[in-house]
Design a protein around this ligand. Structure first.
Ligand code: NAP
Ligand code: GDD
Length: 349
């Protein structure tokens, strides 16, 4: 059988690296679009020993010529568009940059890719953030979008104009995964989960005294990134292009995530005060966590909860890792990388 070829944008990111590994196991020829200005873009891939198996093509979602070159060189059967300005908080400060990369960048890719090969299959990384100020709970494929951040607006526009409209008008194979938050040891430390695990591991090891967070009450449906990249691939293997919600169906607050991390680290913490004055203390009474309003967003998605029963039925996809297991996986990885002596959950002892 002919070897399949895949082009991944955002291959240096969390999902891109897991997807690359997944596709290599399936014997794909994998190409990755990498920004020339990326901070150490090859490190992760080298660390994963994939450097000789993945073909890196330098380019940027903002640069049409580089996209054309990447497409001509890779001649992909499947394209996974994961490249994005993916930080919701940052999108309030850089709305134009966010729109340029996430919306116009995807538009360039879709237009050039389908021009070159009308049979190409394209996956777009849509997001639960698009549900924003949610209009129904739980959120599923038919739930209307109600974005509240520039990031979410860019993703909604990309979804509507280049997934739904393009597919309807031109009959191309383009589909979107509406993925709820998914995390891993490869998650950037600017996202709340890794910020919590990394900070609390440092506190546990005596390398740091305390850390700061914003909104502790926000609730997210957190899954494991490694589970989620399989769903992306499954979507491109269907007979017809369809969009799917991918989630765990469980929602937890940021405060719950802190508690679960403390649990994984065998730390006893207690909460005191309310609102901006709320703090968490360790068993000796020392404050380890404070609230800093600078981490609050101008507009917040307060709570999301996904219903992925359609993915379960059609794709036969289900999340494998529970919330507590996810927290343990990330915490353990941080403990190991920071050189700690592991005394966490018995499964890892
Ligand atoms: P991530 O770790 O932040 O990775 C983003 C990737 O995009 C990085 O490889 C980054 O490259 C690349 N990128 C940024 N700007 C670019 C540009 N102008 N041109 C080309 N590449 C660019 O994100 P992730 O968590 O893996 O998420 C992957 C995709 O899924 C994103 O589109 C995100 O919006 C979406 N999504 C994520 C989640 C989630 O919970 N993780 C949920 C729903 C949707 P550098 O290494 O150079 O920065
Ligand atoms: N980043 C961050 N830093 N978030 C904080 C902090 C903090 O110090 N304190 C509280 N939070 C809250 C945020 O206000 C938000 O409600 C929640 O923690 C999660 O924030 P992030 O981890 O930054 O993720 P996100 O939900 O905004 O966005 C991620 O998931 C989306 C899927 O819904 C990103 O991966 C997006 O790209 C993705 O689309």
């Amino acid at each position: 059988m002919k070897q399949k070829r895949a082009l991944i944008t955002g291959i240096t990111g969390q999902d891109g690296s897991y997807l690359a590994e997944f596709l290599l196991k399936k014997r794909y020829k994998v190409y990755g679009l990498v920004r020339p200005a990326s901070t150490d873009p090859l490190m992760r891939i080298e660390r994963l020993s994939l450097d000789r198996m993945i073909k890196i093509i330098y380019g940027d979602m903002r640069d049409n010529n580089s996209i054309i070159r990447a497409l001509e060189e890779s001649r992909p059967d499947e394209i996974y568009n994961l490249g994005a300005q993916s930080q919701v908080g940052v999108s309030f400060q850089c709305p134009e940059e966010t729109m340029e990369v996430n919306y116009n960048g995807f538009g360039r890719l879709v237009s050039e890719a389908t021009h070159l090969n009308p049979q190409v299959r394209i996956y777009q990384a849509s997001s639960s953030e698009m549900f924003g100020n949610v209009l129904e709970t739980p959120q599923k494929e038919t739930t209307p979008f109600n974005p509240v951040s520039p990031y979410a607006e860019s993703k909604v526009k990309a979804h509507n104009d280049y997934v739904v409209e393009y597919r309807k008008r031109h009959n191309f194979f383009i589909c979107a995964g509406i993925l709820f938050n998914h995390e891993s040891p490869r998650r950037g430390r600017n996202f709340v989960t890794r910020k919590i695990t990394h900070s609390m591991v440092k506190i546990k090891l005596g390398l740091q005294d305390s850390f700061e967070l914003g909104n502790l009450d926000a609730k997210r449906d957190w899954g494991y990134a490694k589970d989620y990249v399989e769903a992306m691939w499954l979507m491109l293997q269907q007979k017809t292009p369809q969009d799917f919600v991918i989630s765990t169906g469980e929602s937890h607050s940021v405060r719950d995530f802190v508690n679960a991390t403390a649990n994984a680290l065998d730390m006893k913490i207690t909460w005191h005060g309310k609102g901006l004055k709320e703090v968490a203390k360790d068993s000796s009474g020392k404050i380890i966590l404070r609230i800093n309003p600078k981490y609050y967003r101008p507009n917040e998605v307060n709570s999301v909860l996904g219903d992925s029963s359609r993915a379960k039925k059609v794709l036969k996809w289900e999340p494998k890792v529970t919330f507590d297991e996810l927290v343990e996986i990330i915490t353990k990885a941080d403990l190991e990388s920071l050189g700690g002596v592991i005394g966490i959950h018995k499964d890892y002892a």
